[in-house]
Design a protein around this ligand. Structure first.
Ligand code: SF4
Ligand code: SF4
Length: 373
């Protein structure tokens, strides 16, 4: 009999796919869950109770834009009562004084705000939302005024990597305890826009040097997380800490995924918390079992001494680049496809005039009243 897996550390609760922004690298699927398919307040509260009972420690309220849900503070309060540490992952354009105070009062533990740049003009072009950058700066200050710790999530790509020093200075100036220098991941909308977003190797080297220098300079003031973009890395990252090992993701309509991009892999059927308890899905759903552990691995992963370090890399990336989700992640230099990936990155990033963005298609649906979906 197989040993049941340990519970995940964290739940990523995608409350809605609605969002006022239109980022061309959005990690949401190309096919978005409609507002009328979203789980209601009671269903999400039930999920939070189940998560706490399983031993999950943290909930990340995400989206789309989780603040588009009028019941966000109710869900935060429910998470706090259930003993879950809560983090809000937000674009922050809907975060005003009133809602910052309400979320702090409800027991929110942490806020993570994504930034598209350091200057309003170019940042707003990426966001596809005029005035977004100014609203984000204001919301970051409101977060700190409400006594909440702040992480700045700076999404980096060829269009803004040359502003890495200004990005670090902006995060420090906003009083962020943590800065994530997060390179665009090429799934979903990011894959669609890869040719417009992929950086050159020279940009990457400059960024790495700037981050290392800032880490020294800001020791004890601000932590900087930095991951080299996969296409230029020699070894892949342990995506989500390994498939079905540390994180569980729930879509707005209740489908349970090992990671936010897992639905890009064809042939996997994801169960819903509307039909089955979360703990049962986590323990034995075929989609979770498919790539959990090391039994599924091909060579060279199977006999590699890093197989329980990076867990063979990212399954979604293996599908996107090799056409086979069960292949070694082509970001790994040991993959037979790695040379093709490097050549692709160098070819696409060398194009002098990158293609225009294909923006994430928006549903402009207003914020609803508390208690409603
Ligand atoms: S990446 Fe941009 S468009 Fe996608 S959910 Fe976040 S803020 Fe909205
Ligand atoms: S061969 Fe597989 S396990 Fe080894 S480093 Fe590459 S991706 Fe990781």
């Amino acid at each position: 009999m197989s040993v049941p897996p340990a519970p995940p550390l964290a739940l990523l609760a995608e409350l809605t796919h609605r969002c006022p922004l239109q980022c061309p690298y959005c990690s949401n699927p190309l096919e978005l869950d409609r507002a009328n398919a979203e789980m209601d307040t009671a269903a999400w509260q039930n999920v939070l109770d189940q998560a706490a009972a399983m031993g999950i420690l943290q909930v990340h309220f995400s989206g789309g834009e989780p603040m588009a849900r009028g019941d966000l503070a109710d869900l935060v309060r429910h998470a706090a009562r259930a003993g879950l540490y809560s983090n809000l992952i937000t674009s922050a354009v809907l975060l005003d004084e009133r809602r910052a105070a309400a979320l702090a009062e409800a027991g929110l533990d942490h806020v993570q705000i994504s930034f598209q740049g350091t200057e309003a003009g170019p940042a707003d072009v990426v966001a596809g939302y005029s005035g977004a950058h100014e609203k984000k700066l204001r919301a970051a200050r409101l977060t700190r005024d409400a006594g909440l710790p702040l992480t700045v999530n700076a999404v980096m790509h060829r269009g803004n990597l040359d502003r890495i020093e200004a990005t670090i200075a902006m995060a420090a100036d906003l009083g962020a305890a943590r800065l994530e220098v997060a390179h665009v991941q090429y799934y979903g909308w990011g894959l669609k826009n890869r040719a417009a977003l992929i950086p050159t190797r020279a940009q990457l080297e400059h960024t790495t040097a700037a981050v290392m220098a800032a880490r020294e300079r800001l020791k004890g003031v601000m932590v900087i997380d930095y991951v080299v973009p996969d296409y230029y890395a020699a070894r892949p990252k342990a995506c989500m800490g390994g498939w079905g090992r540390q994180f569980v993701n729930i879509t707005p309509s209740g489908r349970v995924l090992p990671c936010h991009a897992a639905e890009t892999i064809p042939g996997l059927a994801f169960e819903s918390v509307r039909d089955r308890p979360l703990a049962a899905i986590w323990a034995d759903s075929p989609a979770f079992r498919r790539f959990r552990g090391t039994d599924w691995m091909p060579e060279p992963c199977r006999s590699c001494d890093r197989r329980e370090v990076d867990w063979g890399g990212c399954r979604c990336q293996a599908f996107a680049l090799a056409g086979d989700a069960a292949a070694t992640d082509p970001a790994c230099a040991l993959s037979p496809k790695h040379g093709d990936v490097l050549a692709l990155a160098e070819r696409e990033s060398a194009v002098m005039a990158p293609p225009a963005f294909v923006y994430r298609r928006m549903e402009k649906i207003p914020v609803l009243e508390p208690g409603k979906k």
